[in-house]
Design a protein around this ligand. Structure first.
Ligand code: F6P
Length: 327
């Protein structure tokens, strides 16, 4: 890899608390190494339009504690086209950006791989998504904040569920994976947790709910992953009225939604984002690219970027079992 003088950094896909802390870490580590840093605005959309901004220490001061992303984010359809990627790569070259740090989830890192493969751009990825669904890292930036935000809401719903002796289906984000549901479900002491793989088995879920009711639970919290069709809770709710076992059920559905994406990052996310941002730049300084930096068993690891989005990170079955035992 030729020597690097200018490093680009961008955030893309769903924003996640801690992205700003990561941007700050990337910028400061690169400046310490004597490199120039360029912020690419609005993810791949801004790369295609050449929306670049020079960054210095001051630019990233006082952002560590802020949610969202100062560089903005988005999901670009144009970047999915060959022409879009050609324009993006040309803009990077014109701006003399030698290498980039991509902060985002699987879509972001898949797109980054295309940029590397088709245009020889040196890329290092930082895992940033509330979903925690990336292979090659135990935790992604934003996950810890998202589950704590969701937990706070679920605890509040518990109060009203208890007062009215109701059953609540609470849907949390996470797309096709159930990492958020599992963590929140355990943390909130949910009577039942439904992860996406289980959404195919509505009869099985109904049996679980019927069992809960027969155990004389006065109120129940069921945490449901949104799942691939993004309406896991509604899918269950719609299946209940036709079943006579649920005739007297006082049911409410709450979809927590985008509140899970906002807010000030937790200490854990700030530290994770800082470690990963610094590691991303150091990876480039070592002359390595096309890698995602991840945290595995507390240590920084390098994972080939293509593996991150092509391999599946599985739910920890023992955690599901744990939830069953204590519910
Ligand atoms: O990937 C992060 C995430 O928040 C998912 O959990 C959710 O399904 C999706 O993004 C929502 O995307 P959008 O903000 O585009 O509606």
């Amino acid at each position: 890899m030729p020597p690097i003088t200018r490093i680009g950094v961008y955030t893309s896909g769903g924003d996640a608390p801690g992205m700003n802390a990561c941007i700050r870490a990337v910028t400061r580590r690169a400046l310490v190494a004597g490199k120039e840093v360029v912020g690419i605005l609005r993810g791949y959309a801004g790369m295609i339009e050449g929306e670049f901004v020079d960054m210095d220490r001051q630019f990233v001061s006082n952002i560590l504690q802020r949610g969202g992303t100062i560089l903005k984010s988005g999901r670009s359809t144009e970047f999915r086209t060959t022409a879009g990627r050609v324009r993006a790569a040309e803009n990077l070259r014109k701006a003399k950006i030698d290498a980039v740090v991509a902060i985002g989830g699987d879509g972001t890192l898949q797109a980054a791989t295309m940029l590397a493969d088709e245009h020889g751009i040196a890329i290092v990825g930082c895992p940033g998504t509330i979903d925690n669904d990336l292979y090659g890292t135990d935790e992604t930036i934003g996950f810890d904040t998202a589950i704590n935000t969701a937990l706070e809401s679920i605890d509040k719903i518990r109060d009203t569920a208890d007062a009215h002796e109701r059953l609540f289906l609470i849907e949390v984000m996470g797309r096709a994976t159930g990492f958020i549901a599992l963590a929140c479900g355990i943390g909130a002491g949910a009577e039942l947790i439904v992860v996406p793989d289980q959404l195919d088995d509505i009869e099985g879920i109904k049996d679980h709910l019927a069992e809960l009711m027969s155990q004389q639970h006065r109120s129940s919290i069921v945490v449901v992953a949104e799942g691939p069709g993004l309406n896991g809770a509604q899918t269950i709710a719609q299946a209940l009225p036709a079943d006579e076992r649920f005739q007297n059920l006082d049911l409410r559905v709450t979809v927590l939604g985008h509140v899970q994406r906002g807010g000030s990052p937790t200490a854990r996310d700030r530290v994770l984002a800082t470690r990963l941002g610094v590691a991303a730049v150091e990876t480039l300084l070592e002359g390595k690219a096309n890698i995602m930096v991840g945290l595995v068993d507390g240590k920084i690891e390098h994972i080939p970027i293509a593996e991150v989005w092509s391999r599946r990170k599985d739910i920890d079955q023992s955690a599901l079992e744990l939830a069953r035992v204590v519910s």
